[in-house]
Design a protein around this ligand. Sequence first.
Ligand SMILES: CC(C)(COP(=O)(O)OP(=O)(O)OC[C@H]1O[C@@H](n2cnc3c(N)ncnc32)[C@H](O)[C@@H]1OP(=O)(O)O)[C@@H](O)C(=O)NCCC(=O)NCCS
Length: 434
Amino acid sequence: MKSLKATLAKKIEEHRPRTTKLLKEHGDVKLGEVTIAQAIGGARGVRCLVTDVSYLDPFEGIRFRGKTIPETFEALPKVPGREYPFVEGFFYFLMTGDVPTMEQTLEVAAEFKKRRDLPQYVIDILRAMPRDTHPMTMFSAGILAMQRESKFVKRYNEGMNKMEYWEPMFEDVLDLLPKLPTLAAYIYRMKYKADVHIPGDPKLDMGGNFAHMMGIPEPYDDVARMYFILHSDHESGNVSAHTTHLVASALSDAYYSLSAGINGLAGPLHGLANQEVLSWTMKFMDSLGDQEPTEEVIKKALWDTLNSGQVIPGYGHAVLRKTDPRYASQREFCLKNLPDYPLFKVISMIYKVAPGVLQEQGKAKNPWPNVDAQSGVIQWYYGLTEWDFYTVLFGIGRAIGVLTNIVWDRALGYPLERPKSLTTAMLEEAAAKK
Ligand SMILES: CC(C)(COP(=O)(O)OP(=O)(O)OC[C@H]1O[C@@H](n2cnc3c(N)ncnc32)[C@H](O)[C@@H]1OP(=O)(O)O)[C@@H](O)C(=O)NCCC(=O)NCCS
């Protein structure tokens, strides 16, 4: 791990003067203004967060450290004999902005292996929860339970110089991230596979070992790698990333912060939409009986959903204004690996029809599909049919990005986050003045 930590330390040293200079010499430069609509409307488009880990362009979609999704997959070292890169190499890349060599990637993979076992008390806590508890609740509780392990807290209590904050935060991230697939697989097998567990395989990388512990054969290892990378980061204003950053800004450690972010991801307007897409589609298929799905019937079902005051899950986005490239990337995977699968055909038909329906309704600013519209069908195809588990998969991926961000938050000394609120009367007063 020397290589990643040393590179990160160097990058941090190089970056700090940029932030200091911006604050000291250009702190009063305006980045925009805030309207009443933005104050009431969830701060859409307010430019008040900084991250270099990823950037979301409304039309191009996400770039991780400057690279598009295809460029990212292309650049990173691949697991030998497999089509997708090591998640560990991707973590190195997000953390430092440098594409790692195979040697550097394997060094991270070796470190992750040392840290991936769960403490027994986490297992005891999971087992004490009612078995019908939602897997996201179990996932978040498992993360929170491990907070007692925090090295950041120990160092902070001993008295630590601010400039060193990032180091124990980085250590906490290294302890926590590799345990997430183990935690997730434990929850899955306990809840859905008769409580029969599969021990990890020391030979396997993060994605490969996750597939192994889940009990799903190849190419699910590549599905896991693709899925974790695609879901990792979407700049810092989305609910899970922002929550993790906000909680960490109080100097809460990585465990507290990630658990909070995961709770945000569990909302149906955010990560839970991937489960909602599958449940919507399955309910629709059930309602068909023996009838073949056609674009016409799909259109009617979509209108029924809208007319009953519900959203079409998997469509729309707060920032994106075109088809999400994460959707496109998964669609490409489906076209290659499961082109004739009936459920994929239905998902493709929805893709053909739903944007037109949303446009006709005229409310959604973005009628195009997001990441969640395409992810469930892949899981379903490979036998993971328990859709209330899908957001946990998203959570493992999302952790890579948000944990990287909070290491950098501490490295650059970002302060406690504290936006200002106004009263409705103050807004009315401002409106009257105009
Ligand atoms: C993602 C989402 C929450 C973004 O919300 P937003 O930024 O407020 O979106 P918009 O500005 O386009 O919303 C304007 C209106 O269109 C509606 N709208 C947006 N997407 C919609 C959808 N997929 N189905 C139905 N209505 C939708 C909104 O609910 C809102 O209605 P309102 O004026 O009655 O409140 C929204 O598109 C949504 O609910 N999508 C479905 C859930 C989903 O897929 N979430 C995962 C996101 S990655």
